[in-house]
Design a protein around this ligand. Structure first.
Ligand SMILES: C[S@@+](CC[C@H](N)C(=O)[O-])C[C@H]1O[C@@H](n2cnc3c(N)ncnc32)[C@H](O)[C@@H]1O
Length: 225
């Protein structure tokens, strides 16, 4: 199997028979698998940089799929014409960069009905961005590669109430579904919170409010284990 568990989870969230673009495709593996698994899909593999575009072209040439999947060099959604895609995958980038990419081309974004996102960080920021821009999360998954747990988010159009701070941090669907890696996901968040708390406590002028807030967050996370 060419995809690791992280990209496998991303692929699993992409609808059948859609017009999908893999933004930041790099090696092009995801784009290739999306087409191979459902040849009704139209697939565009896009990347900002020339090297990854060459790597993706090489992957597709080796698989004999050069004619089936377009490789485009372009910054984020600028690689797409309006209406050309209904689904976008953005994996392996920071949550802020993902939200910036989505914000930068409102007309292309308006033509999308499904987003499959795998942020490397800034999870709350990205989830909040979705809810504040007429998207809502319909599914989430956790995947582990080399000991690191990744979060994969599927969002669709439509207004919904913004989840709680805890749900924005951990994932509203993950909180509900509690998949196999959920305990490790919570433990990772606890480790980060303890690091922040230690930093706050060591400060020359400790911020009592922030310390109390962090202690409450830790207690809430511990309650999930
Ligand atoms: C860490 S790689 C992730 C590759 C692949 N999506 C994955 O998850 O395995 C990030 C890729 O995103 C590309 N990238 C970064 N910023 C981008 C942008 N604004 N638009 C398109 N591609 C971008 C980089 O060139 C790089 O190939």
């Amino acid at each position: 199997m060419i995809l690791d568990d992280r990209l496998e989870a991303v692929a699993g969230f992409v609808p059948a028979d859609c017009k999908v673009a893999d933004i930041g495709t790099d090696h092009g593996y995801l784009a290739m698998e999306l087409y191979k698994r459902d040849k009704r899909r139209t697939v565009i593999a896009a990347d900002k940089n020339a090297g990854p575009c060459q790597a993706a072209s090489h992957t597709l040439a080796e698989a004999g799929l050069t004619e089936c999947i377009q490789v485009r060099q372009g910054d984020g959604l600028k690689a797409l014409a309006v209406g050309e895609a209904d689904t976008v995958c953005i994996a392996g980038m920071g949550g802020k960069l993902i939200s910036d990419i989505l914000s930068a081309e409102p007309e292309v974004l308006a033509g999308l009905s499904c987003l499959v996102l795998q942020p490397q960080n800034a999870y709350s920021l990205l989830r909040r961005w979705l809810y504040e821009h007429n998207w809502h999360i319909v599914d989430e998954a956790l995947a582990q590669v080399d000991g690191r747990v990744y979060q994969i988010i599927k969002a669709e159009r439509g207004q919904a109430e913004i989840p709680s701070e805890l749900a924005l941090k951990l994932g509203p669907v993950l909180l509900e579904k509690r998949p196999e890696l959920f305990a490790k996901h919570v433990e990772n968040n606890l480790i980060s919170c303890h690091k922040v708390l230690t930093g706050l406590q060591k400060s020359a002028e400790p911020d009592r409010g922030r310390i109390q807030q962090m202690e409450a967050e830790i207690a809430e996370l511990e309650g999930l284990l």
